[in-house]
Design a protein around this ligand. Structure first.
Ligand SMILES: CC(C)(COP(=O)(O)OP(=O)(O)OC[C@H]1O[C@@H](n2cnc3c(N)ncnc32)[C@H](O)[C@@H]1OP(=O)(O)O)[C@@H](O)C(=O)NCCC(=O)NCCS
Length: 176
C-alpha cells in the first residue's frame, strides 16, 4: 500500500457535526475560488434535507461531502459539493469519503444519487451519464451523472428534478 493510500485508510469518515462548520467553510473557500464561502450553509441549516459527511485525519477535518434530498425519482439525492483540502488531495481521501457516504445513504434506504462532475472521477463509483439523461434539469449534459443505490431505481423514470432552496449557490459554484 502506498503512503498516500495509507493516509486515506487511517482517516475517519463520519457525519458532520455543528462544530465542523468552520472547517467546512474553509474547505469550500479553498476549493471553489471565492464562490465557496459558506456554500453548504443554507442546506446544512435544514438538516432534514441533507446528509453531510467529513473526512478527519488526526483531528483535522480535511474533506467534506454533501448529499441533498431532491424531488424527482423516489428517495433521490444530489451529490455536491465534494471538496478536499488542497494539501490532502490525490491521497484517495475523496474516493474513500464518497464510498463511505454512498454506503451510508444506501443503508438509510436512499435509492439514487445524481452528480454533476468529471465522468472520469465519478465512474469509479458506478455513476453513469445515460442513467441521468431522462432527467429534466439545467445540469443536463455529459457531466450530469446518476447512480442507482437500489438496483433498477431509475429504470423507466423520466421527469423534472427539483433541487431545494439554498442549492443555487452550490450549483453555480460547481458549474464554473
Ligand atoms: C475532486 C476532488 C474532490 C478529488 O479528491 P481527492 O481526494 O484529491 O481524490 P482521490 O485522491 O480520491 O482520487 C484521485 C484520483 O482522482 C483523479 N481526479 C482528481 N481530480 C479530478 C478531476 N477534477 N477530474 C477527474 N479526475 C480527477 C486523480 O487523477 C486521481 O486518479 P487515480 O485514482 O486514477 O490516480 C479534489 O481534487 C477537490 O477537492 N477538488 C476541488 C473541488 C472539486 O472540483 N470538487 C468536485 C466537483 S463537485
Amino acid at each position: 500500500m502506498s503512503e498516500s493510500r495509507g493516509i486515506a485508510s487511517r482517516a475517519i469518515y463520519r457525519r458532520s457535526a455543528g462544530s465542523d462548520q468552520e472547517a467546512i467553510r474553509s474547505i469550500e473557500a479553498l476549493s471553489y475560488r471565492g464562490a465557496g464561502d459558506g456554500l453548504s450553509e443554507k442546506i446544512l441549516e435544514a438538516p432534514d434535507r441533507a446528509l453531510s459527511f467529513v473526512a478527519e485525519i488526526g483531528g483535522l477535518v480535511a474533506g467534506h461531502l454533501l448529499l441533498t434530498r431532491i424531488e424527482g425519482p423516489d428517495r433521490a439525492l444530489a451529490l455536491a459539493p465534494l471538496a478536499i483540502l488542497p494539501d490532502w488531495r490525490d491521497m484517495q481521501i475523496g474516493t474513500s469519503l464518497v464510498r463511505h457516504a454512498l454506503a451510508s445513504a444506501r443503508d438509510d434506504g436512499w435509492k439514487a444519487v445524481f452528480a454533476y462532475g468529471q465522468p472520469d472521477y465519478y465512474c469509479r463509483f458506478g455513476f453513469k451519464s445515460h442513467l441521468a439523461d431522462p432527467a429534466d434539469t439545467p445540469f443536463q449534459g455529459p457531466r450530469f451523472l446518476a447512480l442507482e443505490l437500489a438496483p433498477g431505481a431509475l429504470s423507466g423514470w423520466s421527469g423534472p428534478l427539483n433541487f431545494p432552496e439554498g442549492y443555487r449557490a452550490i450549483s453555480d459554484a460547481i458549474r464554473r
